[in-house]
Design a protein around this ligand. Sequence first.
Ligand code: MG
Ligand code: MG
Length: 259
Amino acid sequence: MLRGKSEDEITLVRESSLLVGKTLAEVASLIKPGVTPLDLDRRAFEFISDHKAVPGFLNFNGFPNSLCISRNEAVVHGIPDNKPLLDGDILSVDCGVLFEGFYGDSAYTFAVGEVSSEVLMLLETTKKALCQGINQAIAGNRVGDIGFAVQEEAESKGYGVVRELVGHGLGRKLHEPPEVPNFGKQGKGTKLIEGLVIAIEPMINLGRKEITQLRDGWTIVTADRKPSAHFEHTLVVRKGKAEVLSTFEYIEDKLKDLV
Ligand code: MG
Ligand code: MG
């Protein structure tokens, strides 16, 4: 049986999720050609530590870094490396933190310098698909309503929706039930209850939906090596309208300043 979280528990997830948003904004302010993913990872580690929290992904199932940084054809779970960013790259930065016993989890895909209009459209659509999913995350709906909304937004543009990796519940653990796929059927799947805290995280491919894993044992890439985008929010299911606990506001304020 799923359990909705208490308001005290939700408050702690909110604090963790806000710190994730601030960390991603700190990372956003550094992103430009020439900077390396490891530079971004180091800054995130410092920033999270300075806020008396712990990077949620570091050592999680043996993951070696604080951020998952997935460039271009990498979908998710990329290990930060020391290859300088190039003009025209896109970069999914996924961040989790553990603060006062509760996790927050959020991801944003950034454009490095000038990105093709085709790829910008992929980023916009993936973010919109996330919003459509969130709109369905209301008490009484089902997990399939979320997946259906995400899938419809992405597939209407001809994009591939990754099937093998899914959103999830979270709280004292980074991954809790239920699984929240980015595809589904309306009215099907687990019923969403008030207080349920979940992360919705569409992974949308410019080309086909198929993925494969690199030999590093972590990085997931598109099988056709075309670009992939990933946006994620942590939210709590409420009556009528979900409350989004993470935020892109800090990130998008930083991005405005950089233009
Ligand atoms: Mg994440
Ligand atoms: Mg997640």
